[in-house]
Design a protein around this ligand. Structure first.
Ligand code: TEU
Ligand code: CA
Length: 568
């Protein structure tokens, strides 16, 4: 019998035990987390100063968004030097101290490697662009420019994915900003250099990597034009290139062997029916996948779209029956690339904000897969009331503005109304620590980004003081998950896929059965006893008061109520 993270379990027949399956991961966007030196920018000492707060949530690991040297065109997702800490975030000593202080609290540190592209200021690219015969020329993807654009690939951040470079007149490929040239993974020297970077951080003691847009690294270098249909969602063509699985197996062998490290691949663009190929435990590629199928359900590009609960549930079932059966899922509703969960899948009006934020986190912590909580989600932080294009920071918004508003396709008012709901910037406003100046994030006069005006009500200090807050619900959820093996390893069964307002499912491990029921509506809903029978015991509810007898009469869940029951 093995012991991991305090969970004691007997023999598991269906899947292997791993620390990262039993962990709850807290995602930090360091730019907006805590500013220790008053320059208006979050930093590593700021993160270190909040480790007790993070430990208090009962999480096991931190995923730190990129902390590497970068000109910050895409907030650190454009790395200039993989072995250096971003100056604004601090020094390598600060990083080492953060690592050891986290570790002394039993918290592992996972770092965010961006390996599909670098910054255009990375020394490899500076060298590569200098001339056709430069030894590093082939580190990036260059095509002759004499006949114009090599093909019709669009960049996610607006315009073409090809940029003509003056030094030679050739074009280089950039799926994201032109300052983020794509590496050429078909050159074995590039891959060898990458594996060395991985070992550098693993040798320091990091617990693993979140791997940015990893399915994009292999490309069909014939570069056929996209069809009009493919142009609507180019990520599905950019992902899953011909050698991607071969490269990931090589990465596992050369970069990760001998370390008990986790790899969390961001699976942007991987079609659901092929996602399992990346994480099937027999294939030795990645450990888990961050799939976008849930969080992009209510969006078409930058536009908000309607979603239904049955469609939402169907995505969870689909992920569980593919990735979940053969490998392992990452479960999340929020991150730095998406609006705030309570504002898009919950109800952020004052009446239902706390209940719905707790309900959504109940979902995240009880699905089969490793739960991810994004900074501020544990406070029920909401979207930001953007009014004007200048209120945004994100390079993606600026590119979409140019392609749509400046190009005369949509009005500024319509664009802002959509982006207020869909923009990544909603999740990037500073963490709300207290009701003091700048929400306690920074002592600077003007922090790098606006603070959500609701910080006087929504902040960590107030949440800690209120036992019915979202924060305390998260503490109860992490503790319950730790003491309930079925919530970690149990099979997942959706008990009522078609119900329009209730999400009801079971987690079953041998003879242990846990039932989760969540009301996604503003009206009370009847909850029927499960067909399997069994005596229910209430393990947790997000209602401040809830009697613990179930099904003595007609059972009703209150608006946005979420209950976890044990059936015996
Ligand atoms: O994001 C992957 C990605 O392509 C989308 O999530 C992105 O947010 C965009 O909305 C697509 O329209 C990763 C990082 O998480 C993101 O922050 C980076 O900007 C991006 O890669 C490039 O490195
Ligand atoms: Ca700072």
């Amino acid at each position: 019998m093995t012991e991991t993270n305090g969970i004691a379990l007997g023999q598991l027949n269906t899947c292997q035990r791993r620390w990262w399956k039993e962990a709850v991961i807290y995602q930090i966007y360091p730019l907006s987390f805590a500013d220790s030196n008053g320059d208006g920018i979050g930093d590593l000492r700021g993160v270190a100063s909040k480790l007790d707060y993070i430990a208090g949530l009962g999480v096991d690991a931190i995923w730190l968004c990129p902390h590497f040297d970068s000109p910050n065109v895409d907030n650190g997702y454009d790395i200039r030097d993989y072995r250096k800490v971003l100056q604004e975030f601090g020094t390598m000593d600060d990083f080492d101290r953060l690592l050891s202080e986290a570790s002394s609290r039993g918290i592992r540190l996972i770092v965010d490697l961006v390996l599909n592209h670098t910054s255009d200021q990375h020394e490899w690219f500076v060298s590569s662009r200098s001339g056709r015969n430069d030894p590093k020329r082939n580190y990036y993807i260059w095509r002759d420019g004499s006949a114009g654009l090599p093909n019709n690939y669009p960049s996610f951040f607006g315009g073409s994915a090809w940029q003509r470079d003056d030094a030679t007149g050739d074009y280089y490929l950039h799926y994201f900003a032109k300052e983020q040239p794509d590496l050429n993974w078909d050159d074995p020297r590039v891959r060898a250099d990458i594996y060395e970077i991985m070992r550098f951080w693993l040798d320091k003691g990091v617990a693993g990597f979140r791997l940015d847009v990893i399915p994009f690294v292999s490309k069909d270098q014939a570069f056929p034009n996209l069809t009009p249909k493919q142009l609507k969602a180019p990520e599905f063509t950019y992902s899953d290139g011909p050698q991607v699985h071969e490269y990931l197996r090589e990465m596992k062998r050369e970069g990760l062997a001998n370390y008990d490290a986790v790899t969390i691949g961001e699976a942007y663009g991987v079609p659901p029916d092929r996602a399992h190929l990346f994480v099937n435990e027999d294939r030795n590629e990645l450990d888990m996948l961050i799939s976008f199928d849930v969080v992009r359900l209510d969006r078409i590009g930058w536009r908000k779209a309607d979603w239904t609960l049955p469609a939402f549930k169907a995505v969870f079932s689909q992920l569980d029956s593919t990735i979940g059966k053969l490998g392992w899922n990452a479960v999340f509703l929020s991150n730095h690339d998406n609006p705030r969960a309570v504002s898009h899948f919950g109800d952020d009006t004052p009446e239902f904000r706390v209940m719905s934020a707790k309900a959504l986190l109940t979902l995240v912590l009880t699905q089969r897969g490793t739960p991810f909580i994004y900074q501020g989600e544990e406070l029920g932080m909401t979207n930001f009331p953007f009014q004007h294009i200048d209120d945004f920071d994100d390079i993606e918004v600026k590119g979409q503005w140019a392609d749509n508003v400046l190009a005369g396709k949509v009005s500024a008012a319509e664009f802002i109304a959509q982006l207020r709901q869909t923009s990544r910037d909603n999740a990037r406003t500073p963490m709300q620590w207290n009701d003091g100046p700048n929400a306690g994030f920074s002592t600077a006069r003007t922090p790098w980004f606006s603070i959500n005006p609701n910080y006087t009500v929504i902040n960590a200090e107030a949440a800690i003081a209120d036992e019915h807050s979202v924060y305390h619900h998260v503490r109860r959820l992490t503790a319950l998950r730790r003491s309930t093996p079925a919530l970690v390893y149990g099979d997942y069964i959706d008990l009522d896929p078609a119900h329009p307002n209730l999400f009801v499912y079971a987690r079953v491990l041998k003879n242990e059965m846990v039932l989760v029921a969540i009301n996604f509506d503003r009206q009370p809903q009847s909850l029927k006893p499960p067909a399997s029978g069994g005596n229910p015991t209430l393990l947790l509810s997000n209602l401040p008061m809830r009697r613990d007898e179930f099904w003595l009469g007609d059972e009703k869940l209150a608006p946005w109520e979420a209950v976890i029951l044990k059936l015996s």
